[in-house]
Design a protein around this ligand. Structure first.
Ligand code: SF4
Ligand code: SF4
Length: 129
């Protein structure tokens, strides 16, 4: 059903910039488990740590894990997982418009109401898991 409203075009927009999302403790653990290297090595190779803030390193203006798509998909931070089908879309048409303007994978052509019906079902299905 997700493919009815979104199909990633791997444009890289959401993974570019000077900084990335921050990792929670759970995110760090999931990433370490997924990459399969010792935590120290994962931190040295891939992460940028400043005080308590842990982010991913930037390479070529993108997150270090971006290479025609996310290369750590199952181990990515939860904030990455929320993009672009963010629950805030359901609360505010402005969020839908802003996100669909940034993300070419959003199938906005069906209109806001229909999009929200499907997104709402998807979110409910995730919560039931
Ligand atoms: S902005 Fe959208 S289409 Fe582009 S990489 Fe991110 S999720 Fe995929
Ligand atoms: S972890 Fe994956 S989804 Fe998140 S910013 Fe990096 S490449 Fe993009």
């Amino acid at each position: 059903m997700e493919e009815d409203i979104f199909e990633c075009q791997q444009c890289g927009y959401c993974c570019q910039g000077e900084t990335t999302v921050s990792l929670t403790d759970d995110d760090l653990q999931r990433m370490v488990d997924y990459i399969g290297l010792p935590e120290k090595e994962v931190k040295e190779k891939y992460l940028r740590i400043s005080g308590k803030v842990i982010q991913m390193k930037i390479k070529d203006s993108h997150c270090i894990f971006f290479d025609k798509g996310c290369t750590v998909h199952p181990g990515k931070p939860w904030r990455c997982s929320q993009w672009p089908l963010h629950p805030s879309i359901l609360q505010d048409r402005g969020n839908f418009e802003a996100i669909s303007a940034s993300c070419p994978g959003i199938k906005a052509g069906m209109g806001y109401e229909r999009f929200c019906e499907i997104l709402s079902e998807l979110i409910k299905a995730k919560e039931r898991k």
